[in-house]
Design a binder for this molecule. Structure first.
Ligand code: AMP
Ligand code: MG
Length: 424
């Protein structure tokens, strides 16, 4: 990680419109983008383990793919110059070429070669006529005028990737097609950035872990499960540090351990205004931490900063707020820390099925169900939108993102929806 980071005050001074007590989403994102360092260490991963990892260097193709001209169809390879302008073209079959077993001779004038998809084009032949367009009579092939044009149905050398061309850029989050592309270039392994380590724990005396009995006034800790799951989807190494009681010594030990072993520490709970517990005090005493009031709903309070070399994301405790804050801020930050090039998430424009109440001056992330409607999309809210109602996230298939400035939404008005598919 980088050696001489800017102080939080310096970072804040670079963000225009920064106001820790009413921070718009865009300013918070900009602050975080300036705050987070990138993993530098590089390791080699076998191809299959590279799925979801971040490519460390530009990858230049050392070969042409395909390596030679080959047939794109099953049929007959011929010389385009021998196609009759009108009337039939009649050719003699000189032999055959299969994928991996090329025709090695040199066809003479008036000859064609029976050829299969992927087979190397025989010397001098540049066109393939699909087999369904021809009539075959022993060794004679007849094709009607206009069946093909010269050069048709031939894949050119290097048309997928030419030697020396950049196949993939550094920072690429490797996806299935990329693994295939790497394999097509013959790479058995690839240089990727070290996997990001993210430690997380829940704070609160009322929390019980699954498997424990639930005492009166207590709730099961669900945040560790949503956080773990969201981190899995990002491909980072998630380190679960359990529930930490509202006890100064326990909190201090947890923050010290987490920041010593991880690049980022995510906590939930204990960062609200007027919070009676020790979480905020301990965060502040161990590192450089700001306590934001975000212009967002849900998820207003958030702590951000550094403890040791680790970046701290102190998320609110409410289960929906945890998920929304994660998708609004943490996901993008962790991807940047992993070395991934920015990749904005695609948004849908959907017509709101009903009116939605919305106050200007904050970004709202409401839970919605998007369905296809005619040529476009329609979205309906999931019902009660309380930040403790985790079921609203469970039954939703997207977040309705209502921009900072906008007010109430009328029925039928278009809104932005961040679909969960590809995100979750
Ligand atoms: P806090 O931000 O600590 O004030 O917590 C806000 C609300 O979220 C309270 O009702 C907490 O009980 C609840 N909460 C906090 N942490 C968790 C958790 N890990 N799992 C489920 N609910 C939580
Ligand atoms: Mg609490």
């Amino acid at each position: 990680m980088s050696s001489d980071p800017a102080s939080l005050a310096e970072i804040a001074s670079c963000v225009s419109g920064y106001d820790a007590d009413a921070l718009p989403v865009a300013q918070a994102r900009e602050f975080i983008a300036r705050l987070v360092p990138r993993v530098q260490a590089v390791e080699r991963a076998p191809l299959r383990s590279a799925l979801g990892r971040v490519l460390a260097h530009d990858l230049i193709s050392a070969i042409d793919v395909p390596a030679q001209d080959n047939a794109a169809m099953d049929g007959y390879a011929l010389r385009g110059s021998e196609l009759a302008a009108s009337g039939d073209t009649v050719l003699r079959i000189a032999g055959r070429g299969l994928a991996g077993v090329p025709f090695t001779g040199t066809p003479g004038a008036g000859e064609c070669v029976r050829i299969m998809t992927g087979a190397m084009m025989p010397a001098g032949l540049d066109t393939v006529v699909p087999q369904e367009f021809v009539r075959v009579d022993g060794e004679r092939v007849t094709l009607p005028a206009g069946a093909v044009r010269a050069g048709d149905n031939r894949r050119r050398t290097g048309e997928d990737l030419a030697r020396g061309e950049a196949a993939l850029s550094a920072g690429r989050l490797l996806r299935p097609a990329d693994l295939g592309l790497l394999a097509s270039l013959g790479h058995a392994e690839v240089a990727v950035r070290r996997r990001l380590r993210v430690a997380f724990f829940s704070t609160g005396d009322e929390l019980r872990s699954v498997g424990e009995p639930l005492a009166p006034g207590c709730v099961y800790d669900s945040n560790r499960y949503t956080l773990w799951s969201m981190l899995q989807r990002l491909g980072v190494e998630a380190i679960d540090m359990g529930v930490v009681r509202d006890d100064p010594a326990a909190l201090e030990a947890a923050f010290r351990n987490a920041s010593a072993c991880a690049d980022a520490v995510i906590t939930s709970g204990g960062v609200s205004v007027g919070e009676a517990d020790h979480t905020k005090r301990i965060m502040k005493s161990l590192g450089e931490v700001l306590f934001w009031k975000l212009a967002i709903r849900p998820g207003r309070p958030m702590a951000i900063g550094r403890i040791g070399d680790a970046i701290l994301f102190g998320l609110p405790g409410n289960p929906v707020a945890v998920m929304v804050s994660f998708y609004a801020f943490v996901r993008e930050a962790l991807l940047a820390m992993s070395g991934a090039a920015p990749m904005p998430l695609p948004m849908l424009r959907a017509a709101s099925a009903r009116p939605i109440r919305k106050k200007p001056g904050r970004t709202e992330f409401q839970r919605g169900i998007v369905t296809r409607a005619g040529e476009g999309w329609q979205v309906e809210l999931t019902g009660a939108q309380g930040s403790g109602i985790l079921r609203s996230m469970s039954i939703a298939n997207g977040l309705v993102v209502l921009a900072h400035e906008r007010g109430d939404v009328a029925a039928g008005e278009p809104v932005d929806v961040l679909p969960f598919d590809g995100l979750i």
